[in-house]
Design a binder for this molecule. Sequence first.
Ligand SMILES: [Zn+2]
Length: 406
Amino acid sequence: MTVSSDAIARVYIQLALAVEQHIPGYVDAYYGPPEWREEAEAAGLRPVDELAREASALAAAIADDTEMDSQRQDFLARQVRAMQTSLNILQGEQLTLVEEVKALYDITPEWVDEAVFEETHRTLDGLLPPGDSLAERMAIRQKATEIPVERVQPLLHEIIAELRRRTRARFPLPANSSFELQLVSDQPWEANHCYLGNCRSRIEINTDLPLHITALADLMAHEGYPGHHTESSIKESQLVREQGWIEHCIELINSPSFVVSEGIATRALSTLMTDDEVVAWHASELFPRAGYGHLDAHCEHAINTAWWRLEWAVRGNAAFLLHDQGASEDEVVTYVQQYGLRSEEEARKHLDSLNEPLFRSYIFNYRYGGEMLDALFAAQDNHDHWFSRLLTEPVTPSQIRAWTAD
Ligand SMILES: [Zn+2]
């Protein structure tokens, strides 16, 4: 008996909603039929071995479907492989960190040599004002660029309007797409994107952590335009509504699609604006308007670029230390302080997120997603064409590697 592609997509969604009962937070967004979610909730914790058998049957049905669009089929196959991995972990299977990341996200993480961090430290040393240790100089810079939350809101509206205008001009953002901003507290992250369906999102900003004038445009590009909100809106409109590929009405946090999403988000601002445009916008508009006209926008941009490169790589190594090399929590904290130039308090926050089962391997998605896009844009002409394909098609890391190698 053959199962139709639509029936396969339905089973995929229903199975994911059943997994969510075991792993709260597994489903990052869902805007399909509400009764499917209600059914999953009513069924509660279904036996994991039963779910694993259904996932195997689903994987086989996807492989056997000769009618399905091949890109759709490849996407679903890799998403289901990740789901099977999550179920195996629930059943107690012990995977090394590399095995876990490969099976969940379709990428192979590697340890970064500390010489790379030392090189970035030298770059930062040349950019930061003189002082004591590099970590202290970085902390002083972070303090000097902090912006109180009450001054952030009017600025955010201006930033969002500009990013939206540019995104609409170059990518097929639905006209009715919009998001609301919500200030929250008691969260481990700086900001979070919740897709609500009907081209609407809620973007939450954590006011417990300091916001930086230098990072606001990047933050809104990452979460909003042309990052997470844009991707979800376009995929809803083009894949779910137009093509009927309903599997995209659910977003699974531990799956290859999120490597692509974080790649899009970390390269959102640099897709929309050149470095010179970002610097000019900060220097002539954003910094003076918020009372930071004294900052050197060029230098701040260079610091940010170096800082984020350092951040994701150090946090990846911290994951290796903790989950692969048997380092103690204190050793990990010391490592993050030394190489990531973080305070002990900040390093402990990083450690907390590495101890979260849902997020212990997610950290690699930022760096590998971003670098994968850099490689694609370097190998192929027409950056916008490829960015547009990432926003409109079912894409996995394997697909991006194939595009890059073509
Ligand atoms: Zn993100």
